[in-house]
Design a protein around this ligand. Structure first.
Ligand SMILES: Cc1cc2nc3c(=O)[nH]c(=O)nc-3n(C[C@H](O)[C@H](O)[C@H](O)COP(=O)(O)O)c2cc1C
Length: 348
């Protein structure tokens, strides 16, 4: 066990998590690796979530991948049959005209005994208030320091700070993880974890050096044995380089980093044409159902699918346990070697 890495996690994240477990087993004794698997639409399903938690990380079910709150209840029950370790639920607040039943998803998860939530998206205040009133731990994911500070004021326990490298929505400020983490160190009073661009022990060690209490990963966990996506897509990730993602929806100020395939290039071309494109012009290309079929059928060009630039760092398809153990070993080695860079000079 990596003493340094675990100590940082226990001191920082777990001390925030502990109150949420006052009447339940302490997460500090259960989640020993400072790695969170962030919410992933169509990917954050019970088998993966349980595998991450069983591997010592923190798995998170993606609520909106379930068609209804009742289905989320079943997914939570299924996850419980696969792990006795803590896991969380992600609720992502989408910019949509017909919002899903966020309250219903949140209520069901709390009723089922979930005590850790990852929130993301616009106007999270009411949801955060509800979770805090239920004595839950809230990890809020955001891409700017100003949003992180507002979330801190709203009472969240941990910030997950998502740099421009991340898969999915990086916001519109285009600030990379290194600067965001350095700003977080200066500005935030609560623990924060680093998200976006992390896929190995080097990333974990860097994040800890930058003052983060741990890391959040998405793309790396897509490409594991327990992830339910089609093997063709996992292989596509292994074969890709860091140049194989692209931003869509830039012109609509709802930027999303996705895999650079035929459909994504078509969307970007429509956005770039004279007069630009409205959402209605690209709706048929970007539908969530087409993206879901990419993962089910394994045709990487069929629809839009989310991926981050860590596709350039991913060269294999390990189990979550092997991945987490390897990351810990690598981070430990790097942190150990860095001690040698400090030369003690004699004063005389
Ligand atoms: C396939 C996929 C789907 C995602 N869906 C969501 C989502 O529904 N809600 C959310 O908050 N973040 C979502 N994310 C973002 C991740 O939780 C995480 O913040 C991001 O992947 C971190 O960047 P990384 O991929 O470089 O590790 C998704 C990421 C991926 C790869």
């Amino acid at each position: 066990m990596s003493a340094r890495v675990v100590i940082v996690f226990l001191k920082e994240v777990s001390s925030a998590i502990r109150p949420a477990f006052s009447d339940a087993p302490d997460l500090a004794h259960k989640a020993t690796r400072p790695v969170v698997q962030g919410g992933m639409q169509w990917v954050g399903l019970p088998r993966l979530v349980a595998a991450v938690s069983n591997g010592g990380g923190l798995g998170i079910i993606t609520a909106l991948s379930q068609p209804s709150p009742a289905a989320l209840r079943q997914a939570i029950k299924e996850t419980r049959t696969l792990t006795d370790k803590p896991f969380g639920v992600n609720i992502t607040l989408l910019p949509t005209i017909n919002p899903p039943d966020y309250e219903g998803y949140a209520r069901v998860a709390v009723e089922e005994g979930v005590r850790i939530f990852e929130t993301a998206g616009n106007n999270p205040g009411p949801l955060i208030k509800f979770f805090k009133s239920q004595n839950c731990l809230v990890i809020h994911k955001c891409t700017t320091i100003r949003h992180a500070k507002s979330a801190e004021k709203l009472g969240v326990d941990v910030i997950s700070i998502d740099g421009f490298e991340c898969a999915g929505h990086p916001g519109e400020d285009d600030i990379g993880g290194l600067v965001l983490l350095a700003r977080a160190a200066d500005e935030l009073k609560i623990p924060y974890i680093a998200s976006g661009g992390i896929a190995n022990g080097r990333g974990l060690a860097s994040a800890l050096a930058a003052g983060a209490a741990g890391v959040n990963m998405g793309t790396r966990f897509m490409c594991t044995v327990e992830s339910a996506i089609h093997d063709n897509i996992k292989q596509k990730i292994v074969d890709s380089t860091e140049r194989d993602t692209i931003h869509i929806f830039r012109t609509m100020r709802n930027t999303a980093r996705v895999f650079k395939n035929k459909v994504a290039l078509e969307v970007v071309a429509l956005e770039a044409r004279p007069g630009g494109a409205k959402f209605e012009d690209v709706q048929h290309l970007v539908s969530g159902q087409r993206g879901k079929l990419v993962y089910e059928k394994g045709d990487s060009d069929y629809g839009i699918w989310t991926a981050g630039i860590t596709v350039g760092l991913i060269n294999d398809i390990p189990t979550c346990k092997d991945l987490l153990e390897r990351m810990e070993r690598e981070a430990e080695d790097i942190i150990g070697q860095m001690n040698n860079m400090v030369v003690t000079k004699a004063r005389l």
